[in-house]
Write a protein that binds this ligand. Sequence first.
Ligand code: ATP
Length: 455
Amino acid sequence: MTEPGKVDMEKIVSLCRRRGFIFPSSEIYGGLSSCWDYGPLGVELKRNIKQAWWRAVVQERDDMVGMDASILMHPQTWAASGHLEGFADLLVECKNCHLRWRNDDLESNNCPSCGGELTEPRLFNLMFKTFMGPVEEEASVVYLRPETAQGMFVNFQNVVNTTRKRLPFGIAQIGKAFRNEITTGNFIFRSREFEQMEIEFFVKPETDKEWFDYWLEERLNWYVKLGIKKESLRLRQHAKGELAHYARECYDIDYLFPMGWSELEGIANRGDFDLVQHASFSGKSLDYFDNDTKEHFLPYIIEPSAGVDRSVLAFLCDAYDEEPDKDEIRVLLHLHPTLAPIKVAVLPLSRREKLVEVARQIDADLRQCWMVSYDDAQSIGRRYRRQDEIGTPFCVTVDFQSLEDNQVTIRERDSMNQIRVPIAELRRTLEAKLQGESLFPPPPGGQVWKEESPA
Ligand code: ATP
């Protein structure tokens, strides 16, 4: 198993490109800096991560609801949130090549790219600006949201009134966010268009500390439950001077990426900052009425804010492994079955008509339940390796004996163990295995063995 932090980013990028997880955006035009397209396997992995998150934080909880706000919001939102004023980096610009640099990243007084003279530092807002309607004028300026959070704050009263939820309760949202980042890079770690999974959890002010601690643990455990090694994760508390303008307390969940420890998710106690600001800028009361105490007050907000793309990268890095395999190397992704893009591959031993008929039938049947891949090209060993490399947990092999005994082989990715099961038991067996049941014992009529000679 590859040690935490020891995975080579180049290998991840190359695997993603080669197998269709992630491509550079608009590649035929030379790509667009720090934008990425998720290919056939990437979109499945990403969807599975989002689904697992939604299941854990919305579906399985009685104290959470979901929503999906629009990306374009009333411009006053950004005045109230502090983004218009505060969401800026101090930058210098090269007078020669006009590249901009973060002032605190520079080691000398000259442009790192061309050596040219630099301007004085000035604030550069990270929000993308555009115009709404036919006229491009100051009055029609709108922004692409730099976070999904504000959509939940401005809908707080709508959610309370329509769901009758009482404190403590939360709103969850998954969606795109845009930041005109200055220093991008490290593949999908920092891009200009990305996706967030955010929770705004509203609590009585005096209970903020206990809920903050609760969400820290809950969120950390979510990554571990989905297979990330504990040693690859850490909690890092923000120092007083580092805290964002809205935060009373903040921790990052850091992951040990190939470039070192970096933020995967931020968990902040935002106090009542956001509701105070939006009440004041909109002139609408955002008070909560407590039926028990008959008091009006503004709840405090605990915000666990995760990045979908950074999660994709962390799950890929953590799952990546290389094993000696005769004269070759077996590359495999130990992805949790819940996250694996393809759950089962159906592999007929040959293209003989009779075998194909049975294999196609199995394939069609399993597709009712999961994403399935049908592969009949090259040797069975090669086909196993192709599936290992994309993290497919199970391969089902249909051989000539299957025509006689109506049984097929299930081969497990990590252990390479194989069991033989009746076709009639296949769907049920795979269902149990995908839910984490051990591959042993086999179902009635089945038998177990270990893959002998990977071709
Ligand atoms: P960083 O310090 O790395 O720029 P941040 O503290 O600005 O991140 P937050 O504003 O807390 O990030 O956003 C919440 C989450 O959104 C982050 O933990 C991260 O997973 C994700 N995120 C933020 N900016 C980007 C980006 N440019 N590209 C990809 N994901 C991002």
